[in-house]
Design a protein around this ligand. Structure first.
Ligand code: HEM
Length: 193
């Protein structure tokens, strides 16, 4: 008897668990969430490091929406990152050299990563509030994006991914590869922010 394949959202979580753990433990995240003397400059460096990968992810997700008319509405992250950097008096980084361009089903995996990051963003925003007080508030639009989304937004995302996975099981591997690659891009960007 064939074992049923788990829903796509569960496969995505399993495939990216180790990357998520590495990201949470990356030096810059650790400094911001547990370090003794976190500096707003660390936070600014984090936002700047995320800016170029997120710009590419926004582009790919928005292009991919054409093939996914049933996907929940998407709010691009780049303008929020730009506004947060401006609130800290920092400029967005110059665009990097052309890198990975997610295509086709990979973009659904990228969407999983970008939307999931909002869950951790809320946690990090609370920690920054405790550490920096109101100074960080005006620069937390990206981390707090979840507050402006419907309360069931994440369930809508996982339900959409699961429905896509059942409808197009042959795309599952590419969706997962897209998520793994998106995590790698972020890890790389955070290696030396
Ligand atoms: C850019 C960095 C990050 C990315 C790309 C990211 C990505 C993700 C993804 C994809 C999920 C969904 C997991 C699932 O399928 O349930 C998630 C959940 C979560 N992340 Fe992150 N994350 C990031 C940073 C962080 C940080 C720094 C923290 C901690 C401060 C964190 C804490 C969490 C928490 C608490 C959840 C929810 C887990 C749950 O409710 O089951 N994340 N993140």
């Amino acid at each position: 008897m064939n074992t049923p394949i788990p829903p796509l959202s569960q496969r995505l979580r399993a495939a990216t668990r180790a990357s998520h753990r590495r990201l949470e433990r990356s030096p810059i995240m650790a400094r911001l969430s547990q370090g003794r003397n976190p500096a707003l400059a660390d936070y600014s460096a984090l936002l700047a490091a995320l800016a170029n990968p997120m710009a590419e992810f926004d582009r790919a997700i928005e292009a991919g929406l054409n093939s996914h008319p049933d996907a929940p509405a998407y709010r691009p992250r780049s303008p929020l990152l730009g506004a947060d950097l401006a609130a800290l008096g920092a400029r967005p980084p110059a665009p990097g050299p052309p890198g990975w361009r997610p295509r086709g089903p990979e973009t659904a995996g990228v969407r999983y990563v970008v939307e999931g990051a909002a869950l951790g963003g809320a946690v990090l925003a609370r920690q920054l509030g405790q550490r920096f007080g109101p100074r960080a508030d005006p620069a937390c639009a990206y981390l707090r994006i979840g507050e402006g989304l419907a309360p069931d937004h994440w369930s809508l995302i996982t339900a959409w991914l699961d429905a896509y996975g059942s409808r197009r099981p042959e795309h599952g591997a590419a969706v997962i590869a897209g998520a793994v690659k998106a995590f790698e891009q972020i890890e790389q960007a955070l290696e030396d922010p």
